[in-house]
Design a protein around this ligand. Structure first.
Ligand code: CO
Length: 178
């Protein structure tokens, strides 16, 4: 789907020091990220930089392709969670279905309803390179699924209920942005 950005949101789509996240239609957002083979200093530095950018952007999740790095690495920080790094994350099982509203730091200002599994079990390596399992539901489950999609070049606008798409300026939005 082609997104027409309203004039008064255009400035949010300019990538600069203040807003370093790649926005649509950057090709990197549509590429498939590559598995990480070693959790080394370079990867941890990337993770730390992503956490900084996520916080600065008032996001609750960020995937490496959104900062131009095609690695299978995501960071999440839904409410009440401290920032968590997931390396090579994979949904290994899921149950239920639920509609929740989503937004994306790569599509600032646009929000809409997306149907996804309600609960997921995610397998990933943590920042110490230890394999870990995460049983998630509610917002954390939502964020992780949204971010894992980014690793496949999939954006929420590919799955959204088009009738619910709407623009809300991020500064006044109580909506969350992934
Ligand atoms: Co996103």
């Amino acid at each position: 789907m082609e997104i027409l950005v309203p004039d008064d949101y255009q400035y949010l789509y300019v990538r600069n020091e203040e807003r370093p996240v790649y926005k649509i239609p950057a090709p990197v957002l549509r590429q498939t990220a590559v598995a990480i083979t070693a959790v080394n200093k370079k990867i941890l530095q990337l993770a730390d930089r992503m956490i900084e950018i996520m916080k600065k952007s008032n996001g609750i999740g960020l995937a490496a392709p959104q900062v131009g790095a095609l690695h299978r690495l995501i960071v999440i920080a839904p409410e009440d969670y401290k920032p968590t790094v997931l390396i090579n994350p994979k949904v290994v099982s899921s149950t239920g279905e639920i509609v929740m509203q989503e937004g994306c730091l790569s599509i600032p200002g646009l929000y809409g309803d997306v149907l996804r599994p309600e609960k997921v079990t995610v397998e990933a390596y943590d920042r110490k390179g230890r394999p870990s399992l995460y049983d998630l539901e509610g917002m954390p489950a939502r964020v992780v699924q949204h971010e894992i999609d980014h690793l496949e070049g999939i954006l929420f606008i590919d799955k959204v209920d088009v009738a619910t798409l709407h623009w809300t300026h991020p500064d006044k939005a109580s909506d969350v942005t992934e």
